[in-house]
Design a protein around this ligand. Structure first.
Ligand code: RIB
Ligand code: CA
Length: 307
């Protein structure tokens, strides 16, 4: 039986792959969108584009168009002006089911047992839902998020984009008391990368979805080559999906993790306590390793199956 999830995302190239993978691996009750890699209207349009491209019958609800307190920030150097630059955009006819992602999260969790929340963008929608309906924390199966890092950040020396973009929302989520919190941080996600050989194989498959994804990955890889000198592009967001559907592919360490929300140099830092003797306050299963070969096979399989 596929695990029931709500995928909260800010497409974004790796979010787009997470949508295909989640649809293949899980029972996706809803996709909710948030301002992050691009403004909300674009992340929502991009989520709808992926649903239409792959023929996914999943409701898309748009959510927060800005963080709780800090100004909205985007990532055009990573994802382009549209948030999904690269291949030609197909005509999209699908429309968002609502503009109430928070209400969708609350009502879905209240009417379904054992739902996982899988946020792979800034945590604004999740924090608003928890603040508006604290009872959902006791009902969800857990939260599996892409965000943070054990070690260096990407948007600052200490902070990863999703946490940095809305640190006050992240604080609410990490302090929510959810019974299971899984964190796929940059230390983990950089172990799962798509390189030129995978892109070439997808392009050789032909078909609408593999060709589109090859175009997305071409853009995304070129962006990482230019910005970070990487020769393969990290699949950040798919890691949060697989941490729910295939936890056996990961090694996790139980840690106390908190968020610095206001530091000049450390805003958005996930402070991971690796000291012994913290067993009583551990609130997070931090992912430390992944079977990248098996995970990559699942990513390619998801693209091919929707192709
Ligand atoms: O730092 C990586 C994260 O920021 C990913 O979720 C990517 O999509 C961007 O949102
Ligand atoms: Ca994302």
């Amino acid at each position: 039986m596929n695990t029931k999830i709500i995928l909260d995302c800010d497409p974004g190239h790796d979010d787009a792959m997470a949508i295909l993978l989640a649809a293949r691996e899980c029972d996706v009750l809803a996709i909710t969108t948030v301002s992050g890699n691009a403004p909300l209207h674009l992340t929502t349009a991009n989520a709808l584009l992926m649903c239409e491209l792959a023929g996914l019958d999943i409701p898309v609800h748009s959510g927060a168009d800005r963080p709780l307190l800090v100004p909205a920030a985007h990532a055009p150097r990573a994802h382009g002006a549209t948030g999904l630059d690269g291949p030609p955009r197909p005509q999209v006819y699908l429309e968002a089911t609502s503009a109430d992602a928070v209400g969708c999260i609350i009502s879905t969790v209240r009417t379904h047992d054992d739902v996982w929340l899988v946020p792979v963008g800034p945590l604004t929608n999740i924090a608003l839902a928890i603040r508006q309906a604290p009872d959902i924390v006791g009902r969800i199966a857990g939260i599996s998020l892409m965000g943070g890092a054990v070690g260096p950040g990407n948007v600052t020396p200490t902070a990863e984009f999703n946490i940095w973009a809305d640190p006050h929302a992240a604080l609410i989520v990490f302090r929510s008391g959810t019974r299971v919190l899984r964190m796929a941080g940059l230390n983990l996600t950089h172990q799962l990368c798509v390189g030129p050989e995978v892109i070439a194989a997808l392009r050789a498959d032909g078909g609408t979805v593999p060709t589109f994804m090859a175009g997305l990955f071409d853009f995304y890889l070129a962006s990482y080559q230019e910005r970070a000198g990487l020769e393969a592009a990290p699949m950040h967001d798919p890691c949060a999906v697989l941490a729910v559907s295939r936890p056996e592919l990961f090694s996790f360490g139980a840690r106390h993790v908190d968020v610095e929300a206001d530091g000049d140099l450390t805003r958005g830092m996930t402070v991971v306590d690796e000291r012994p003797g913290t067993e009583a306050v551990r609130n997070c299963d931090v992912a430390y390793s992944i079977d990248a070969a098996a995970a990559l096979d699942l990513i390619v399989d998801a693209v091919r199956n929707y192709g």
